[in-house]
Design a protein around this ligand. Sequence first.
Ligand code: F6P
Length: 534
Amino acid sequence: MATTREQAVEAIQMQAARDSGRDGRDFLREEDRRIEQLMLSAAGLVFDFSKHDISGPAFAELIALTDAVELDLAIQALARGDALNTTEGRAAQHMALRGSGKDEARKAQAKQELERALTFAEDVRRGVFTSSTDEAFTHILHIGIGGSDLGPRLVYETLSDPNSPVEVRFLSSVDPDAFERATAGLDPATTLVFIVSKSFGTPETTLNTQSAIDWLEAGLEGGIGRHLVAATSKSEAARDVGISDARIFEMWDWVGGRYSLWSCVAMSVMVAIGRTKFEKLLGGAQRMDEHFLQARASANAPVMSALVIWWHRSIKSCQSWAVAPYAIRLRLFSGWLKQLSMESLGKSVTIDGKPLDEPAGSVIFGGEGPDSQHAFFQMLHQGVDAIPVDIIAFADGGNDRHRMALLANAIAQAEALLVGRSKDDAMVELSSKGMNDVEARQLAPHMVMAGGRGSTFILGHLLDAESLGALLAFYEHQTFVLSVLFGVNAFDQFGVELGKKLASTLENEWSAGQDGEHDASTRALIRQFDQYRR
Ligand code: F6P
């Protein structure tokens, strides 16, 4: 008889109990084939899972969990384009955007629209498509929020170079400072406004679009039509703000916003980095897709990574998970990952709407490696909770002295988390520095680092378009696998809606000069807001 999910989880818990008191240090010493089994290669990246406090037998039980939840079938359904987003009756076909999976019809649709976007982008890049004053565009104002912003912004930050003929400014928030900053120094005559909104109804994007149109109109004599471009699944709404069909690129309801960076959503990035680089980004993602769709669970990097996160969340009750890319060009990475993972997995009910038996999703935090070492790494090393961390690094690129220092830091952090420092070692260290015994005994407890703290090390050769594509696709697949393990829908986000609705109620009340019905705290805040503005 097939093992149920409950039985598989119980077997994992029993193995965890048997392994209690031991960690990665012991398992690395005792398990002959640990490196061979837990250092995986996929799409040009190497993933080292061997430092985690998960023994070989525990990994075997985790693999058994993937059988119990029928992960294989879920992955096949994803590749086929089944309507996995059941609450909204939609497929999740982000893989089709890069030509992967088995959904031939959607792949063809995606390819055609991608070609349109790439062609238009090249025309803007080369100055073939010009402004209303017949000048080449020098800037793109990319307006969008959430998935319509974070992915393109990250790719732009990582892959654009200072020689690009066009600079992209991103505008997401309604903070008046955001608009000021995004348009500072821009000339409407050479600025293309690119509005990205799948729904074309997101309030932040609507307001920023109105302000951008006002800004264009104030600065341009002739029409502004050539300055407006959109990516949306609601072309009618885009037409209503004056965007012509030729400049409306299509998004589909079968791609979630946070999974959409592979499409026309990134048209501004295509302009900045050019067709070749953008296609390499897609190629890297495609290689990761192939790996994900073909490799067996124990050799499948996204699956193994998801199992590691699931272990820490469900077995070790660890609420958070850190990510530290040792690459300044990936400084926006954790922001992108936060939306991808937390908007996908921050749920309290199963896909069937039943309360979850165990928590799903982790709090993700992170930042660029060396900067993070001087910020939150202290807590990773000595905080009460053992928080797993993904360390991402690339072996080559740029000045060698700096590269070596960067990599030494990345590898040393993972090593320090694992080996820790005992009180005896601290005593030896302090006495070797000439400290007397009494003082050393007082200081040593503060220097103790528990060790045995797990990290996943992701190592690539070069940070380029291909490895970036592979890395981002890796996390998309990891998120999907986690959703299957937790039993939640990774593709809806109803939690973000109530706040939006209440914000619009407040705005309406304020413009009508009315007092609405609110709780005492909210009323007090509104009064205070009012007082400041009088
Ligand atoms: O934050 C909620 C959300 O719906 C995200 O999922 C999405 O990426 C973002 O808003 C923007 O949505 P749209 O592209 O429809 O403007």
